[in-house]
Design a binder for this molecule. Structure first.
Ligand code: ASP
Length: 440
């Protein structure tokens, strides 16, 4: 018998109808023995995700605003699910505990985690699987840092006592027993941890799309699906903004060599995307696997005559950024220039002071700032072996009238990152896509 670990996202757990789809999928393949679930998501456009409402609940409580009605809405959603699924897991009693803890100043992490906790209880009962709480098994240290190996050991031990189990995603515990969540979308990480700890053959991540697309469908019309992608390529694409899977979900699966299969709960017959160590092209027959990008960057270009003969210049630049606690995205450099690319969210209102310090402390001849920049990564392991990829990419951007302000090619030759003005962001992605991908 094989072993498949599955994670079902919020849209798959949104209501009774969706949870019945989970049951059909799980029953279809008896190897699907460990199931990680998210909190119920949106049932229709304009609906609310349980997790969002739980965070809102916490804000209300924190500001002494009335929250009873909101709590009632959340409770009714779970009571409705319990009735619809015909199970009884004591939702009413669970809400008494939640309300009591809320009155005692429960943390945002504790409250947010209750969505996954209750969802897992309901789905476990409905599937006839054991409920195994993530509390005490998914572990963080007292600084809130996630503990990979300790978690792997604890989860592996616990799961060995359960033939089939449902585990809530998204959270774990601190050494004092307090609840700590991952960042948003973190049930994907729990799914990968469970897959690794249980030694699964595959980690199926069930969502509401049939895998990864080669580009954002809001920008490129009808982009092709990626049937296969390597962990490395995916890491690049997710880092650059392609979302479907939480970026930190890749590491545990990769470590254990477990392929991740992104699947669609609503179209279970679709094969989806397989993410594995195998470095093949996307199966689309092209040299690139995908394109992703992020807006809102600032590039600071620092010029210093004869910089290349000087030692310690870049170190001085970097240590100033460190003083400002600003992480750096990229450091493209030329003979007498070095640029730092910074995400605006980290820059905040520090730009003026930062430039002043850079001017004063590095001895730069001049500094130029380019605001409203976007980065676009074109990714594909196939690119390294094919000559002329860069020329084709730059040619396409030239044809589209896009001005390239920065180029950075990773040493693996697996990606080419270009910096363009944000006004050209979408046009640039469309141009690159058209240059590399045959129309469907
Ligand atoms: N429910 C959490 C969120 O909305 C975690 C998850 O779904 O993965 O972010």
């Amino acid at each position: 018998m094989g072993l498949v670990a599955c994670k079902f996202g919020g849209s798959s757990a949104a209501d009774g109808l969706q949870v019945r789809k989970i049951r059909s999928i799980v029953e279809y393949n008896p190897d699907r023995r460990y199931i990680v679930v998210s909190a119920p998501g949106k049932r229709f456009d304009g609906d609310n995700k349980i997790t969002d409402m739980l965070y809102l609940l916490r804000s209300h409580a924190e500001h002494n605003a009335p929250y009873e009605q909101l709590l009632q809405v959340i409770k009714e959603r779970f009571l409705g699910l319990e009735a619809d699924l015909g199970v009884s897991v004591g939702i009413a009693g669970e809400f008494e505990v939640i309300e009591e803890n809320l009155g005692k100043g429960a943390s945002a992490d504790y409250l947010a985690s209750r969505g996954e906790y209750l969802s897992a209880k309901l789905i476990a009962a409905f599937l006839g699987y054991d409920f195994v709480d993530a509390a005490g098994l998914v572990l963080f240290n007292d600084k809130g840092k996630f503990l990979y190996e300790e978690t792997n050991a604890a989860l592996g031990e616990a799961l060995s006592h359960h033939e089939r189990a449902v585990i809530p995603g998204f959270y774990g515990t601190l050494p004092d027993g307090g609840i700590k969540t991952f960042t948003r979308g973190g049930s994907d990480i729990t799914g990968a941890l469970v897959a690794r700890a249980a030694g699964a053959d595959v980690y199926e991540n069930w969502t509401d799309v049939s895998g990864f697309l080669m580009a954002d469908p809001r920008i490129v019309e009808n982009p092709k699906a990626i049937s296969r992608i390597s962990y490395k390529e995916l890491r690049e694409l997710s880092y650059m903004g392609a979302s479907v899977l939480h970026e930190n979900a890749i590491y545990p699966a990769r470590l254990a060599g477990i392929p991740i299969n992104i699947r669609n709960t609503n179209i279970p017959q679709d094969p989806g995307t397989i993410i594995s160590a195998t470095e093949t092209d996307s199966g689309s027959g092209g040299v690139i696997t995908g394109i992703a990008g992020n807006r809102d960057f600032t590039v600071i270009a620092i010029y210093k005559n004869m910089m290349s003969n000087e030692t310690g210049f870049i170190k001085r630049v970097l240590s100033i950024l460190e003083d400002y606690d600003i992480p750096i995205e990229h450091i493209p450099s030329g003979v007498d220039t070095v640029s730092v690319v910074i995400a605006d969210k980290f820059l905040g209102d520090k730009l003026g002071d930062l430039i002043e310090d850079l001017e004063r402390k590095t001895g730069a001849d001049s500094i130029e700032v380019f605001e409203k920049m976007s980065l676009i990564a074109t990714v594909g392991t196939g690119m390294a072996k094919v000559p002329g990829v860069a020329a084709r990419l730059f040619g396409a951007l030239y044809e589209a009238g896009v001005n390239i302000r920065m180029i950075d090619q990773g040493s693996s030759e697996m990606n080419i990152i270009v910096g363009v003005e944000t006004k050209d962001f979408e046009a640039a992605i469309r141009a690159i896509y058209a240059a590399f991908v045959e129309p469907a």
